[in-house]
Write a protein that binds this ligand. Structure first.
Ligand code: NDP
Length: 255
């Protein structure tokens, strides 16, 4: 146990999870807390349910409201986190949205909204947290939420803005990993396949029926299945893992 704790334990660490009020972010926030980290959840509408769950389990967590696309809001909450927790060791840059629309019918405003939240939002968060880590000489790490849609075009839904945003996240990750390697800051991305969350629950049944035969496992992943991969990336066990994109997709991208 001591061996595993040394490799994967997060005791004494502070982890930010964006979009942790529900879905994947909620489950990962819980996983970080179980591994010993204090967790700070950021979202636009608050994350009381996630915080209550973690506190009931004996963990440490609080939530703050912020829109990740708004630099001022991000700077304000980071100053608050610095006051309350002293520092940030881990950022799980997870907040994101998806709009299913073919290119000829999608508006430029919809394209901008997806790119703004999924790519620019992750950039704003990573930049603010990276700056704090560098100033405080914290050898922390950042995990950016990408998707298998960042490397393949999953069908039959058309979602060019989403796919492009996630491809951007994967290359942003590699770029920041190079840029900050000298500071001891690791930057990786996670690329899940279809995961059962409120985001995927919102799509019409017809689409889900079309997805199932295309999945080698014939079922969506449970968000819990992502926790070990994220804990690995966030932990001391991953000392030499930086600039990587970790696929957890039930073999979807193998064909
Ligand atoms: P959900 O829709 O369930 O949750 C998204 C979260 O992001 C919500 O808590 C939402 O909270 C928050 N959020 C959205 N926009 C902003 C913003 N501007 N500022 C702050 N928070 C924001 O999504 P999932 O859990 O399914 O997805 C999480 C991430 O995983 C996304 O990046 C998604 O692209 C990615 N992903 C999901 C897959 C899936 O199959 N579900 C597969 C691969 C990747 P609020 O509205 O309160 O701000």
């Amino acid at each position: 146990m001591q061996y595993l704790e040394k490799l994967f334990g997060l005791t004494g660490k502070t982890a930010i999870v964006t979009g942790g009020g529900r879905g994947i972010g909620q489950v990962i926030a819980h996983g970080f807390a179980r591994a010993g980290a204090e967790v700070v959840i950021l979202s636009r509408s608050g994350a009381q349910e996630t915080v209550d769950k973690i506190l009931r389990d004996g963990g440490k967590a609080y939530d703050l409201k912020a829109d990740v696309t708004d630099e001022k809001q991000v700077d304000t909450v980071l100053a608050e986190i610095e006051k309350r927790s002293g520092k940030v060791d881990i950022l799980f840059n997870n907040a994101g949205i998806c709009i299913h629309k073919d290119t000829l019918n999608a508006s430029i405003a919809e394209w901008r909204e997806v790119i703004d939240i999924n790519l620019t939002g992750e950039y704003i968060m990573a930049r603010a947290v990276g700056r704090m880590m560098i100033e405080k000489e914290i050898r922390g790490n950042i995990i950016n939420m990408a998707s298998m849609s960042g490397t393949i075009v999953n069908i039959p839904q058309w979602q060019a803005s989403y796919n492009a945003s996630k491809a951007g996240v994967i290359h942003l990750t590699k770029s920041l990993a190079m840029e900050w390697a000298g500071y001891g800051i690791r930057v990786n991305s996670l690329s899940p396949g279809y995961i059962a969350t409120p985001m995927s629950a919102d799509v019409e049944q017809e689409l889900k029926d079309a997805w199932t035969p295309l999945m080698p496992t014939h079922e969506m992943g449970d968000p819990e299945a992502l926790v070990p991969a994220v804990l690995y990336l966030a932990s001391p066990a991953a000392t030499y893992t930086t600039g990587s994109d970790v696929l957890v997709d039930g073999a979807y991208t193998c064909f």
